[in-house]
Design a protein around this ligand. Structure first.
Ligand SMILES: *[C@@H]1O[C@H](CO)[C@@H](O)[C@H](O)[C@H]1NC(C)=O
Ligand SMILES: *[C@@H]1O[C@H](CO)[C@@H](O)[C@H](O)[C@H]1NC(C)=O
Ligand SMILES: *[C@@H]1O[C@H](CO)[C@@H](O)[C@H](O)[C@H]1NC(C)=O
Length: 205
């Protein structure tokens, strides 16, 4: 009895634990075919922490590949970066490449967030990233339509380029469908992502 309680506790603690290893994050991305499916290389240099507050439970910080219930992803999440040598600015993008389903990606990618001018408040202390401008696309909660397997919601951190604040490729009125983070990053000289994580969310029954 005690043992089973301990195991239940330990596994839920594990499921909710955040990313702590760049190698594990990279492996989770590779195992889920994320880099190939979004046409980007993923060699993380920093950990991107993504945290969802919960109405009546502890906040959930993503561990790459964790599956969450849709109602745990209301957000908007908060972001933290661990291990960065610069204060910013950074760009964060969140995409779903599995629309309408992981087997049929005819509408992908959906852009769930795109924002720039994220800075670390204090480079000496692990605090939250903050951004001093409105996002290009505000956070949109996952809503995968049934029937579908869980979708991947991929959070990516880039070093911001000079071009970003002048860009007109994506504005508040640009459709969130058929986004391509690879071509966007390439057009704006963002390079490859320096960090990221992802969650799985299935249609909520
Ligand atoms: C989410 O939904 C599940 C299952 O329907 C429920 O048990 C849980 O309390 C809900 N959580 C929140 C944060 O609403
Ligand atoms: C793929 O999804 C689109 C959009 O929902 C749909 O129109 C199309 O019929 C689907 N294709 C297949 C092969 O299911
Ligand atoms: C996205 O853009 C890249 C080029 O950066 C291209 O190779 C890829 O095919 C595009 N993906 C889709 C789904 O159009």
């Amino acid at each position: 009895m005690r043992l089973s309680i301990f195991i239940a506790f330990a596994s839920s603690a594990l499921a909710l634990a955040q990313d702590t290893s760049l190698a594990e994050v990279k492996k989770a991305f590779d195992d889920a075919h994320v880099p190939k499916d979004i046409n980007l290389m993923f060699e993380p240099e920093v950990l991107l922490e993504v945290t969802f507050t919960q109405p009546a439970a502890k906040p959930i910080t993503l561990r790459a590949g964790v599956q969450l219930l849709r109602n745990e992803t209301v957000g908007p999440p908060t972001y933290n970066v661990i291990g960065a040598s610069s204060e910013g600015p950074f760009v964060i993008a969140v995409v779903d490449p599995d629309v309408p389903t992981p087997q049929n990606t005819s509408i992908a990618q959906i852009r769930h967030f795109l924002g720039g001018n994220f800075y670390r408040m204090n480079p000496k202390a692990p605090t939250l990233l903050y951004n001093n401008t409105p996002a290009v696309s505000e956070y949109l909660q996952p809503s995968p339509r049934a029937p579908s397997d869980a979708h991947r919601y991929i959070f990516l951190l880039f070093r911001q380029s000079e071009e970003f604040n002048k860009q007109t490729l994506v504005t508040a009125t640009t459709s969130i469908e058929h986004f391509n983070i690879s071509s966007f990053a390439s057009a704006l000289k963002l390079g490859q992502p320096i960090g990221g994580t992802f969650m799985m969310v299935a249609p909520q029954v």
